[in-house]
Design a protein around this ligand. Structure first.
Ligand SMILES: NC(=O)c1ccc[n+]([C@@H]2O[C@H](COP(=O)([O-])OP(=O)(O)OC[C@H]3O[C@@H](n4cnc5c(N)ncnc54)[C@H](OP(=O)(O)O)[C@@H]3O)[C@@H](O)[C@H]2O)c1
Length: 249
């Protein structure tokens, strides 16, 4: 049986990915931020349905000790992960962090928060995940990126923090891939653009979308799973969109 870790399983894409992996008979460990574990009904329902195939741990990816503690707990459950799918991300919050429209909107604390979750978190995950990925079978470490993190594709500007933090994440993904080639050659590390997906993250920005552009979380998870399944070693370090096309830096 394959083992997967879904990080950010309380999010729209995270919960859909968790469900899809469970339906594929994969053993899933899902991580959520500590304060949510008992409150989050969809995960509790999956726990009731899948019992020992499914466990939940707490991990706040913005705090190094929390990431370390989570991986200690995960390594007590298994010594081998085949998939780590990081579905965390931050574009806006309820406390005033919003994507910037112009320079006057720049706020250093908001930039730091965005980098903590969209760029530094993925690096902390790799830091502690390495021993569980390093085995003789194929393994995939994916970070959820975003097309707006592509520098060459940036035509509209704005969204300084999110764009820059996702671009930094893409560099971190590439760096991890280079190191893993040497230290964990069966591991493929990629970034994934999930499409424009109907979640809390995209909700405030759904008004001007083209018909058909918005996809469901279930569609996105299913597309991303197909992409992950087809990856081989030469893909490591790259970013792929939901349809399998490469997103260039
Ligand atoms: N939706 C889209 O259209 C779209 C497009 C392009 C890229 N993406 C990317 O896709 C990924 C998933 O986004 P989504 O649409 O599913 O958004 P979402 O529903 O808002 O989910 C975001 C997830 O990140 C988690 N998270 C935030 N900060 C965290 C922290 N410090 N520690 C642990 N978890 C944390 C959230 O946990 P809490 O529930 O505890 O807040 C939540 O589970 C993100 O990387 C996003 O940038 C989404």
């Amino acid at each position: 049986m394959h083992n997967a870790l879904v990080i950010g399983a309380s999010g729209g894409i995270g919960i859909a990915m968790t469900q899809l992996l469970l339906e594929k008979d994969i053993h899933v460990i899902a991580s959520v931020r500590k304060h949510q574990i008992s409150k989050f009904e969809p995960l509790n329902k999956l726990k009731a349905d899948y019992k020992s195939q499914f466990t939940i741990v707490s991990m706040d990816i913005s705090a190094q000790e929390s990431v370390e503690k989570a991986f200690t707990s995960i390594s007590e459950q298994t010594n081998k992960l085949h998939f780590i799918i990081n579905c965390t991300g931050l574009l806006h919050d309820s406390k005033g962090l919003q994507p910037e429209k112009r320079l006057e909107d720049i706020n250093a604390d908001h930039l730091a928060q965005s980098f903590a979750i969209n760029s530094i978190g993925p690096l902390l995950i790799a830091r502690y995940a390495l021993p569980l990925l390093r085995h003789e079978e194929r393994s995939v470490l994916s970070n959820t990126s975003a097309r707006v993190g592509s520098i060459s594709d940036n035509r509209a500007g704005g969204w300084y923090a999110y764009r820059a933090a996702k671009a930094a994440q893409n560099m971190i993904t590439k760096n991890i891939a280079i190191e893993l080639k040497r230290r964990s050659p069966n591991t493929i590390c990629v970034g994934l653009h999930p499409g424009t997906v109907d979640t809390d993250l995209s909700k405030p920005f759904q008004r001007n979308l083209k018909p058909g552009q918005l996809i469901t979380t279930e569609q996105s998870a299913s597309y991303l799973y197909k992409v992950i399944s087809k990856l081989d070693n030469k893909d490591s370090g790259k970013v792929f969109a939901w349809d399998g096309s490469e997103v260039f830096p």
